[in-house]
Design a protein around this ligand. Structure first.
Ligand code: ADP
Ligand code: G3P
Length: 501
């Protein structure tokens, strides 16, 4: 009986596969890490074969652990790290080079040049994005120009491009399907998010031949069939979705005004804007939240580069904690009267600043400062950065004459385990923060989309009714204390930015 869903969650540092039953309860999972490669400063690469092999291995392991067989699986859903770029040979399926990961900054000079030449308007208008090495377009161009023979092979139709979803689908279907979904296409900087097609002007600007591009399909829909070789029987692939959009779905943020924030290594906040595509005046991204039945729903997105990674820095570089959870205990014991600020610009600052040259600062130290105050400053930095994103989102919504973001934000990701941090976020936002019972929202979102399309489950309304609150964190901080803390943060950010000027 085809009663279960198998999800691949292919992330930046590890791949997981989870088997869900028809009520979206996870019944078995498997996880594998794979090597990260940093061949030069600012470069980040993955071996695309690792992404596929860990996907296959974890799918098989999760299925074996569930005690089920492929005959019990109604559909496969894929959620994936976004923007990461793969080029492969259509004949052999072999990648022509390592995947260039979303974090890779090697095309920064080209992006700066295009911005200086005034191309930002066209890019923002069509793709909803800012010109930045984060997105796929300049990564593809780099591969075409730097892998010997790549451009001419691409021009004669011998190469295929894909984000990770597309590469995994190609492998799963034995090269039969070269497709992506609208959420992933929206991250390439080559896609017209308004009409839902590859954009000829952007392709010309970034010098990308159309021959390499995948077909763009609905987020929930038919993507072909995984070959019987992999799981012992053919299984349809019925959903593909970028991981941050997957968690927006998993958090049941289907109505305009609903927002989610995922706190993992970095943090990503997405606000559902419905049919509206507000052009951000505060350096946020306009992106596709999901597409089904040919209809696109949009979102505003802000990304914070350092969230959980700031806690990892306390652990691995400073050595002042031994586990991530210890940061919470220390922060709770910190002296209240010490205004210590950590601006975690370890990899520059993301939205709304987009300053890759900014560097981290730790300020307000006195002779009495201990690791407690530093741990608290690290956790608080996540709250302040969330505030900066939320304020930018509200201002954009107001400018566009749209309803502002609803007061409640749904949170998930590893760091949402920290009650102290979630309470601080609620305090500094002056808004409630809701944490759901199920925090595997990325895989859950992909499972819902595939299960819905497989006919195992009703639509979004039914799924939304099954979203359950674990805990609401309500703001408790006094207004004057809140204002003075925010003022201190703004001052610290200004210092971090000016230090580079
Ligand atoms: N109790 C906690 N307090 C603070 N940070 C935490 C806690 N638990 C996990 N983290 C942080 O959350 C991150 C892991 O979250 P996860 O969602 O698994 O990340 P990713 O998917 O990006 O790998 C780590 O960076 C870790 O430092
Ligand atoms: O793989 P994650 O969870 O770090 O997510 C990465 C994002 O999709 C990058 O845009």
């Amino acid at each position: 009986m085809e009663t279960h869903i198998l999800v691949i969650d292919q992330g930046t540092t590890s791949t997981r596969s989870i088997v869900f039953d028809r009520n979206f309860t996870p019944v078995a999972s498997a996880q594998r890490e794979f090597p990260q490669s940093f061949p030069h400063p600012g470069w980040v690469e993955h071996d695309p074969r690792d992404l596929w092999e860990t996907s296959l291995a974890t799918m098989r392991d999760a299925l074996a652990r569930s005690g089920l067989t492929a005959a019990d699986i109604a559909a496969i859903g894929i959620a994936n790290q976004r923007e990461t770029t793969v080029l492969w040979d259509r004949e052999t399926g072999e990648p022509i080079a390592p995947a260039i990961v979303w974090q890779d900054r090697r095309t920064a000079d080209l992006c700066n040049r295009l911005t200086a030449e005034g191309c930002e308007g066209l890019v923002a208008e069509r793709s909803g994005l800012l010109i930045d090495p984060y997105f796929s377009a300049t990564k593809i161009g780099w591969l075409l120009d730097n892998v010997p023979g790549a451009r001419s092979r691409a021009e004669r139709g011998a190469l295929a491009f894909g984000t990770v979803d597309t590469f995994l689908l190609w492998q799963l279907t034995g090269g039969a399907v070269h497709a992506t979904d609208a959420t992933n296409a929206a991250r390439t900087m080559l896609f017209d998010i308004h009409s839902g097609v590859w954009d000829e002007d952007l392709l010309r600007l970034f010098q990308i031949p159309a021959t390499i591009l995948p077909e763009v399909r609905d987020t929930a829909g038919a993507f072909g069939t995984a070959a019987a070789t992999w799981l012992g029987r053919e299984v349809p692939v019925l959903a593909m979705v970028g991981d941050q959009q997957a968690s927006l779905v998993g958090q049941a943020c289907f109505s305009p005004g609903l927002a989610k924030a995922t706190y993992g290594t970095g943090a990503f906040m997405l606000l559902n804007t419905g049919d509206a595509r507000p052009r951000s005046r505060h350096r946020l991204l306009t992106t596709i939240a999901y597409q089904w039945d040919g209809k696109r729903t949009y979102a505003l997105e802000g990304s914070i580069f350092s969230a959980g990674s700031t806690v990892q820095w306390l652990r691995d570089s400073l050595g002042i904690i031994t586990t991530a959870a210890e940061s919470t205990r220390l922060a709770a014991e910190a002296a209240d009267d010490q205004p210590v600020y950590l601006v975690p610009a370890f990899a520059g600052l993301g939205a709304p600043h987009w300053r890759s040259d900014a560097r981290a600062t730790l300020s307000g130290l006195t002779r009495g400062t201990t690791r407690r105050e530093i741990a608290r400053a690290a956790l608080e930095s996540v709250g302040y950065q969330t505030l900066d994103l939320l304020e930018a989102m509200r201002a954009d919504m107001l400018d566009a004459g749209l309803e502002g973001a609803e007061a409640v934000i749904r949170v998930d990701g590893g760091m949402s385990d920290s009650d102290w941090t979630m309470q601080f976020i609620a305090d500094v936002l002056g808004n409630p923060v809701d944490r759901p019972v199920v925090r595997e929202t990325t895989a859950l979102g992909a499972a819902f989309l595939a299960g819905w399309r497989a006919g195992l489950y009703g639509g979004p309304e039914e799924f939304a009714r099954n979203w359950h609150l674990d805990r609401r964190f309500s703001p408790e901080m006094a207004d004057d204390r809140r204002s003075s803390k925010i003022k201190g943060w703004r001052h610290a950010v200004a210092q971090a930015l000016h230090a580079q000027d």
